[in-house]
Design a binder for this molecule. Structure first.
Ligand code: SF4
Length: 83
């Protein structure tokens, strides 16, 4: 199962946050940088919290911190922002 969420940042920017569970190794650096957006499930795979309380730069920084690039960010039109 892959995570695919439309997320509204604190600036009102809508982005898609996808996490590939086959690539996520549970390193938790995303959770360390943005615990308001990312969490680990019982299988040690990241998922997106549906809280809409983080700003865009923090989410991007968390995505960039992922050692396996498991976090994919897209704009509201589906254009890939990261990686
Ligand atoms: S940083 Fe990447 S590998 Fe680590 S938990 Fe987050 S998504 Fe998974």
């Amino acid at each position: 199962m892959s995570e695919n969420n439309i997320y509204k940042t604190t600036e009102g920017r809508k982005i898609y946050i996808e996490i590939d569970p086959d690539i996520c190794i549970g390193a938790a650096s995303c959770v360390g940088i943005d615990p308001k957006t990312f969490a680990l499930n019982t299988e040690n795979r990241a998922y997106v919290l549906d809280l809409d309380v983080s700003d865009y730069e923090t989410i991007l920084e968390a995505a960039k911190s992922c050692p396996t690039s498991a976090i994919i960010l897209k704009d509201e039109n589906g254009n890939q922002i990261w990686p």
